[in-house]
Design a protein around this ligand. Structure first.
Ligand SMILES: NC(=O)c1ccc[n+]([C@@H]2O[C@H](COP(=O)([O-])OP(=O)(O)OC[C@H]3O[C@@H](n4cnc5c(N)ncnc54)[C@H](OP(=O)(O)O)[C@@H]3O)[C@@H](O)[C@H]2O)c1
Length: 244
């Protein structure tokens, strides 16, 4: 690998309690230069400053993954400042609190969820590709969910839990996107994986089954730092490949 510090970008880091912020912290502890991004530039800047206060190399930037201008502005900045990108962590997602089943789901909201989770991620990968190709060990991590699996008996696509169908459908599409990119990049050195952080305590009242944020984020960081023998094209939970 190149001797200059690796550069990583994490999308969807608007909250200190969120998984994205903790992924930034853990990556920076590995000596990586981290671009912490959020739609709201002030939130990104102030969260990055909190990590710089801990002597970590983290910089805040605005990024709306559904807005081409926002994406391209950041691509231009990274190209000029660093000349490459080593890890892209697609943590941003569309979500809703609605528990309506698929037969009654609000389609405007469903479209917005798919737009962010699938097309926003897809666009971000496409636009960052010239920079990722300049890395000697590029890694792309799509932060997914068991809600997008056929195989998860509790929250999965075929479980009796019917809530938030658009979220599960969007994550299933994200898993498919992961497989298609990994297939295209087979033999290129660019590894692409989907990772579920597991039920993670990012909101109050999630109950004792929710794991600490550091654990959920750790599984994502693992995939962002895979060595050249590491896997590509899979869906992982706690480093274990899952059928989806
Ligand atoms: N927490 C869990 O139990 C759990 C379980 C499985 C998977 N996950 C996954 O883990 C990831 C992080 O989840 P979290 O719990 O930490 O929730 P979160 O803080 O709400 O993370 C979602 C982020 O996506 C951002 N976002 C939405 N639309 C965007 C856009 N167009 N461009 C850029 N960013 C956008 C949100 O920003 P705004 O604040 O601006 O809306 C927010 O920062 C998500 O992919 C989630 O699906 C979480």
């Amino acid at each position: 690998m190149n001797n200059t510090p690796r550069v990583a970008l994490v999308s969807g880091c608007s909250r200190a309690e969120g998984i994205g912020f903790e992924v930034c912290r853990q990556l920076a502890l590995e000596g990586i230069t981290v671009l912490l991004t959020a739609r709201d530039e002030e939130k990104a800047s102030s969260l990055a400053a909190r990590l710089r206060d801990q002597d970590l190399e983290v910089h805040g930037h605005a990024l709306d993954i559904t807005n081409s201008d926002s994406v391209r502005t950041l691509v231009g900045f990274i190209d000029e400042r660093y000349g490459r990108l080593d890890s892209l962590i697609n943590n941003a997602t569309g979500a809703t609190r609605s528990r309506d089943p698929v037969s009654a789901a609000d389609l405007a909201s469903a479209r917005q969820i798919v737009d962010v989770t699938l097309f926003g991620t897809w666009q971000l990968i496409q636009e960052m590709l010239p920079l990722l190709r300049k890395s000697d060990a590029a890694r792309i991590v799509n932060v997914s969910s068991s809600a997008g699996l056929h195989s998860d008996p509790v929250l999965g696509l075929t479980s009796k839990w019917l809530g938030r169908p658009a979220y599960g459908i969007a994550k299933a599409a994200l898993n498919a996107l992961t497989a298609k990119f990994a297939a295209e990049f087979y033999d290129s050195g660019i590894k692409v994986n989907a990772v579920c952080p597991g039920l993670t305590a990012t909101q109050p009242g999630m109950g004792s089954a929710a794991r600490p944020v550091a654990e959920g984020a750790g599984a994502i960081v693992w995939a962002a730092l895979l060595d050249e023998d590491g896997p590509s094209g899979g869906f992982y939970r706690d480093h274990e490949r899952q059928a989806w």
